[in-house]
Design a protein around this ligand. Structure first.
Ligand code: TRH
Length: 392
């Protein structure tokens, strides 16, 4: 029996926001890309609309259902509710093993053609993911099978999210000084601040930001450090000697620290493209920094028992094996190595040109693994086709 999708394919993506930020960045990007590039009718279920609004100002925090950029956004208030089979999407994705409402799962099981059910996992460079990517897990009670889908850095994983045309947009931006200047001016930078060595700083609160500020203050060239509002609050406030609200800035020695508002995702990309060095964190900004083709330092989200240090080392082994200074600095930045910040920073600074040179090659090798959204839809189509071969 041949099985076809609804037209257009419907997809529900369930996203639970962790720690006021987490994961909505990735889910929103994926949702938009599936809609824009693949014509999928996406419903994004989000439990925390206020966090969502920080990266997407169009979000109405009080709305139960709204449509933004062609994506249906539903406020995922609780686990209650019953659903009719017709309300269930062709593809159901739970992000990072979040528990989707039991009533929704029950309704999935009642559909004559079962939805493709995927658990989209977090990004890690560890080798074991290749063995777990695409593995099935049978529901203990219902006739449903969930599959694990792992993003990653090799052809045996789901790859990384990358919109079509992003590469060309980034190259055009970086080749056009006037556009860059206009963008930085829009963010409130003076021509002098724009002409300095520009660093964007996005990290978790435990990063040793004060020690870096001290270093950059004593630098021989002017440094402009751009920090989103709400990030590294203590260190920024201590440097500014005033509340670190958007627009605030101060200069001590060679360093100017400027607080930026949280900008919408496309502008955050431009910020990364415009800076000479980017400090990024988590998963999504980490991947965007790779597409920015500029040197970056990753602050990984902390996990119990320092599990994140294992993940950090796995990535550094792939990305920074030719750049010991980057590996050392990253370990220091993430508290995985006690080191002298001056020595770490000086070594990294000296190697920045080489690191920048590698960025394009790294991008090409990552893109050769295919974009995550295409890989995900292909996998869903394969599962759907398999279901069609089974007797019903
Ligand atoms: O939100 P994060 O801290 O995300 C993390 C990770 O995904 C991590 O794995 C997870 O478990 C943890 O949450 C709880 O950092 P991330 O992934 O970089 O997402 C931030 C998003 O915010 C990203 O999409 C970029 C976006 N952003 C803007 O749109 N504008 C801005 O001004 C800034 C600074 C960020």
């Amino acid at each position: 029996m041949a099985l076809s999708y609804s037209s257009p394919i419907t997809l529900a993506l369930f996203c639970k926001v962790v720690d006021n930020y987490g994961d909505i960045g990735i889910c929103w990007r994926l949702a938009r890309q599936l809609q824009h590039e693949h014509g999928v009718a996406v419903t994004l279920w989000v439990d925390d609309l206020r966090s969502f609004q920080r990266i997407c100002p169009e979000v109405q925090c009080e709305a139960d259902v709204q449509c933004i950029a062609g994506v249906t956004v539903r406020h995922w208030r609780d686990q209650a509710g019953t659903f009719a089979p017709a309300e269930i999407a062709d593809i159901v994705i739970e992000f990072f093993a979040c528990d989707i409402p039991p009533g929704y799962i029950e309704a999935m099981a009642t559909r004559p053609i079962k939805p493709v059910w995927l658990n989209l996992e977090g990004l890690t460079a560890e080798e074991w993911v290749e063995g777990c990517h695409r593995l099935p897990s049978m529901h203990p009670r219902l006739p449903l099978t969930k599959h694990f889908f792992f993003p990653g850095f090799t052809a045996k994983t789901g790859g990384l999210l990358c919109e079509a045309g992003l590469h060309a947009q980034r190259q055009a931006f970086q080749a056009d000084r006037a556009t860059q200047q206009a963008f930085l001016q829009r963010l409130g930078l003076t021509p002098e601040q724009s002409a300095a060595f520009k660093i964007s700083l996005f990290c978790y609160p435990h990063a040793p930001v004060r020690s870096l500020f001290a270093l950059w203050q004593a630098a021989t060239q002017a440094v402009t450090c751009l920090v989103p509002e709400g990030v590294a609050v203590e260190a920024v406030q201590a440097f500014l000697q005033q509340p670190p609200i958007a627009g605030a800035s101060a200069t001590h020695g060679a360093l100017t620290v400027k607080v930026l508002p949280f900008v919408p995702q496309p502008d955050y990309d431009r910020l990364l493209w415009a800076c000479d060095l980017n400090f990024v964190r988590g998963e999504d900004s980490f991947v965007r920094a790779q597409w920015a083709a500029r040197p970056f330092v990753w602050h990984i989200y902390p996990q119990d028992e320092n599990l994140h240090h294992v993940k950090l080392r796995a990535f550094l082994q792939r990305y920074a094996s030719a750049f010991p200074s980057l590996a050392q600095f990253s370990l220091y930045w993430n508290g995985a190595l006690e080191a002298d910040p001056v020595a770490c920073w000086t070594a990294l600074q000296n190697q920045l040109p080489e690191i920048a040179d590698q960025a394009d090659r790294w991008q090409e090798s990552m893109l050769a693994n295919g974009d995550l959204s295409c890989n995900l839809l292909r996998f869903a189509a394969d599962l759907r086709a398999e279901q069609g071969k089974k007797p019903v």
